[in-house]
Design a protein around this ligand. Structure first.
Ligand code: NAI
Ligand code: MG
Length: 287
């Protein structure tokens, strides 16, 4: 019987604790998932407290830098036990929470959990008519024109969010062409006080009949792009992006587009998308 389990043979709940594995990570931390507890979720708090104290002491002796404790929601009574030993919440999701304890002498180097919310809108321009798709939000106090858009789902690409949100809100099918603009706002009330990134994409329509979402939109129409660029009845983001889009429409989209290329990541089987201004062929193929 190794280290922390020693002396717990007779304690109630010992059998459940025996299933736990401490996994080390490449940064020198150790991770324990209480979802691996054997049998009944009603683990004796005292037994867990004793196990945790002895484990942490052993990990400290081994020179581990941090402990990550993953707690299923039904085991949440153990959160209080861990907290009394210095653990604090790192993050929580629907069915579990994760607590951490930094063991190093120096200040913690553990990264915080996600702090951003990502919103994506689509500026859908019909190049044949010079008209752009705009909506007025039903849930806003001031009904200014804006581009249809919304929050990105976890794991969703920027262009895919734009296509989905434009379709859900207006019924228009479109294709992602480029990124036009990014807004960053901190302490955003609509993002639970966190930072909000809002990306506006240039889109090309492939259908033209509007059937807008009554739940979210008050109005939806194809508006002349120059009229949108001049109107005072638009949010500042919409107004500025409309002017940018008008400039690109007249002078060439290559003057305004931030385009996308896909590359294999260093992590096997994964890919990432790189967004940047168009690079001339001669530079792109430089070795
Ligand atoms: N163009 C502009 O000037 C504006 C840009 N934005 C940006 O747009 C993004 C968010 O887009 P949205 O269209 O707001 O999101 P969205 O299109 O993903 O969802 C909006 C809908 O979600 C539902 N919803 C949201 N919060 C709710 C709650 N607390 N309770 C119940 N239902 C709720 C409502 O049905 C609402 O109509 C953010 O990045 C934000 O910064 C937001 C407003 C104006
Ligand atoms: Mg929306």
């Amino acid at each position: 019987m190794a280290g922390p389990w020693r002396g717990l043979r007779r304690a109630r709940g010992w059998a459940a604790l025996a299933g736990l594995r401490a996994r080390t990570d490449k940064f020198g931390g150790v991770s324990v998932n209480l979802g691996e507890l054997r049998g009944s979720p009603r683990l004796e708090r005292a037994a867990f407290g004793r196990w945790l104290r002895e484990s942490v002491s052993q990990w400290r002796d081994e020179g581990r830098v941090a402990v990550w404790l993953h707690v299923p929601i039904l085991q949440s009574s153990l959160v209080a036990v861990a907290a009394s030993q210095g653990f604090a919440f790192h993050h929580a999701e629907q069915g579990s929470s994760t607590l951490t304890l930094w063991l190093g002498e120096e200040p913690s180097r553990l990264p915080g959990f996600a702090t951003h919310q990502l919103g994506v809108a689509g500026a859908v321009l019909d190049e044949r008519t010079g008209k752009v798709l705009v909506v007025q939000d039903r849930n806003k106090t001031i009904n200014a024109w804006k581009f249809p858009g919304g929050l990105s789902n976890p794991g969703e690409d920027i262009g895919d969010t734009a296509v989905r949100e434009v379709f859900e809100e207006t019924g228009i099918k479109s294709e992602f062409k480029s990124i036009l603009s990014i807004r960053q706002q901190h302490k955003h009330p609509g993002a639970f006080g966190k930072s909000d990134m809002y990306i506006i994409c240039r889109m090309e329509p492939s259908s033209f009949h509007i059937s807008f979402c009554q739940h979210e939109c008050l109005r939806c129409e194809w508006m002349d792009l120059e009229e949108l660029a001049r109107t005072e009845n638009a949010t500042p983001i919409t107004s500025n992006v409309a002017k940018l889009l008008l400039f690109g429409y007249r002078e060439g989209f290559d003057r305004i587009d931030i385009t996308m290329r896909e590359f294999p990541a260093v992590y096997t089987g994964l890919f990432y998308k790189l967004y940047h201004r168009e690079l001339p062929e001669s530079y792109r193929n430089m070795t």
